[in-house]
Design a protein around this ligand. Structure first.
Ligand code: TYD
Length: 136
């Protein structure tokens, strides 16, 4: 996988004086069936999450509230995506290293995943990730 495979995806937005509404349908707005949803919250200042890749799992990351940065690396190049609105997300395919940092106070990261949780799917050593990149 390469950085060009990462996509910013904007969701439908219904503007309403009562408050706005957005939604996501798996396989329609995002390129996978949603098998799992998890979220990261109450992150203390200066902490980061992630810092790993997945062999098979694809994810979509949304800043439902507040803001944070995602550092994405394909084994050769690195890029930073700043998320700060709830109506778009970043699609990250398998075999892309990600680290989520710079969380604002009360930020909420929602993650939609294409697989159920499986610790064996994680690549947690960056050197190992770089070696595995050649195989995928
Ligand atoms: P992990 O993805 O390792 O978070 P980080 O990379 O930010 O440290 O998740 C932390 C722990 O939470 C993991 O060791 C097991 C548990 N966990 C689940 O049980 N199910 C899940 O879907 C996720 C994402 C994590």
């Amino acid at each position: 996988m390469q950085l060009k495979d990462i996509k910013k995806i904007e969701f439908p937005r219904f503007f309403d004086y009562r408050g706005n509404l957005s939604f996501i349908e798996g396989e329609n707005h995002i390129p996978f069936k949603i098998k799992r949803v998890y979220w990261i919250y109450d992150v203390p200042g200066g902490e980061f999450r992630g810092s790993h890749a997945f062999k098979k799992n694809h994810e979509l990351i949304i800043a439902l509230s507040g803001s944070f940065d995602i550092i994405i690396n394909d084994g050769k190049n690195e890029q930073k995506a700043s998320l700060n609105r709830s109506y778009y997300g970043i699609y990250i395919p398998n075999m892309i290293w990600r680290k989520i940092e710079n969380f604002s106070t009360n930020s909420l990261a929602l993650i939609l995943a294409s697989t159920e949780y499986d610790e064996n799917d994680y690549v947690r050593e960056f050197d190992n990730f770089k070696n595995l990149c050649n195989e995928y």
